[in-house]
Design a protein around this ligand. Structure first.
Ligand code: NAD
Ligand code: MG
Length: 405
């Protein structure tokens, strides 16, 4: 059986849901906490983690009376320890503590750290054969085969949190898997949907951080503006649902009301809709296969009036072309694609390259890596390719920065 269950009847709900949130202080983490706060009697929180915000982490740990709280920055151990002194909450710090948090006895783990740093903790949760609500798409792009194989082998249930994939997951329940012909991921088009190539090339950080529909972390907001987010999501869908690359389409839909569509062989197309609020897909994963009350705004289609659609433009948004190249090349290239993009977004946010430089840096890194292309077999393999790709991308940075128009 696939790690992503085909329909609700395949899954026996656990009566007591014990929850761990990896990346509890982020955008997805905060939305998850908001839902947990609204259903205190249904869930017990085992462990929470954060990168560096000790004050926020300690506050949540006390509020939910968790058993374990961990911060990724090792040097913040003492700070966390003293913030939680006298509470009886166990404390950890560093990368190992992120894995330890994932290994604690929860039966539902939210993987919401950002970037490839979330890979090992997500794998540690999958190895325990529990339910992994997966928000961290970079983990699938960096090491999709390894992660899905680990989940399958250990009987873990992977639930897609990303709104488009959650939509596909919900829509897939309408038919048999063998009758599915295609999936369509919608994309808002981001803040630069109607901009010219030149305008996009020279977009500022402030402009790129202004997403029209969704409020999210900085990395994914930049990815949405460049449409690298959709590129990552194509690879995410490829692994989650075991699809062929040509079965995954992208459709620009500026209102972000339809999140994903599934086409079946009889040409029926099933779509999932909802207001753009991540608490809806997270609530779906939290309660699945049941449903809980969601706090998002009710969908009022009459008030929205119109839903519109456009074909994506791979010329103004080269990420869509690059992701197809990455999937065609296979092997380590999707890992390189992800790592180079993480370096590029960071360089853009630090003012080292212009917006147009993001795609150029990713493309140059993919080209440089093409010679040594082999599929990562383990998480360590993937992380070592991730590491060398980051170094390669960093070494190409000055050249890309100099080429700025
Ligand atoms: P965010 O930056 O707001 O939060 C990330 C969380 O992970 C924070 O708690 C941070 O402290 C922690 N973290 C970051 N780097 C870490 C590291 N190196 N080690 C340990 N902890 C670390 O990001 P987000 O927007 O919540 O996104 C989280 C993940 O979910 C990303 O993979 C993103 O692509 C995915 N996602 C987000 C959204 C959204 O609406 N925000 C939607 C779909 C998917
Ligand atoms: Mg998404």
């Amino acid at each position: 059986m696939s790690a992503v269950p085909l329909r609700a009847s395949e899954f026996q709900p656990q009566v007591d849901r014990v929850v761990t949130v990896l990346g509890a202080t982020g955008s997805i983490g905060t939305s998850t906490i908001d839902l947990l706060r609204r259903s205190r009697d249904r869930f017990r929180v085992e462990a929470l983690t954060a990168h560096s915000n000790v004050a926020a982490l300690a506050k949540l740990a006390i509020e939910f009376n968790v058993r374990f709280a961990a911060v990724a920055e090792e040097q913040r151990y003492d700070e966390l320890k003293s913030a939680l002194a006298g509470t009886g909450i166990a404390v950890g710090a560093g990368e190992g503590a992120m894995i330890e948090a994932a290994q604690r006895p929860a039966n539902w783990v939210m993987a919401a750290m950002s970037g490839a740093a979330g890979l090992k903790p997500a794998i540690a949760a999958a190895e325990r054969g529990v339910t992994v609500a997966l928000a961290n798409k970079e983990c699938l792009v960096c090491a999709g085969e390894v992660f899905m194989r680990t989940a399958e082998k250990n009987g873990a249930c992977v639930l897609p949190v990303d709104s488009e994939h959650n939509a596909l997951f919900q829509a897939m329940g309408a038919g048999r898997r063998e009758d599915l012909t295609k999936v369509i991921l919608t994309a808002s088009g981001g803040p630069f949907r109607t901009w010219t190539r030149e305008q996009i090339e020279n977009a500022t950080i402030e402009q790129a951080l202004k997403h029209p529909n969704w409020s999210m972390g900085r990395k994914i907001t930049i990815d949405s503006a460049s449409m690298f987010n959709k590129g990552l999501e194509i690879i995410e869908a490829y692994h989650l649902f075991d699809l062929e690359p040509d079965q995954i389409d992208v459709l620009v839909h500026p209102q972000s009301i339809i999140h994903g569509l599934v086409e079946f062989s009889d040409r029926s197309v099933i779509a999932q809709m909802g207001a753009p609020d991540m608490r809806t897909p997270i609530a779906h994963c939290l309660a699945w296969p049941e449903r809980i009350d969601g706090p998002a705004q009710k969908l009022d289609l009459a008030a929205i009036g119109q839903l519109t659609f456009e074909a994506p433009d791979p010329v103004r948004f080269p990420s869509l072309r690059l992701v197809q190249a990455a999937l065609r090349a296979g092997g380590a290239i999707p890992t390189v694609f992800n790592a180079a993009n993480e370096v590029a977004v960071d360089a853009f946010l630090n003012g080292r390259i212009g917006f147009g430089g993001i795609a150029r840096l990713v493309e140059a890194t993919m080209e440089a890596a093409a010679r040594t292309n082999s599929l990562p077999q383990t998480a360590d393999d993937a992380l070592s390719i991730d590491h060398s790709s980051r170094n390669m991308a960093r070494s190409l940075l000055p050249e890309i920065a100099a080429k700025a128009s």
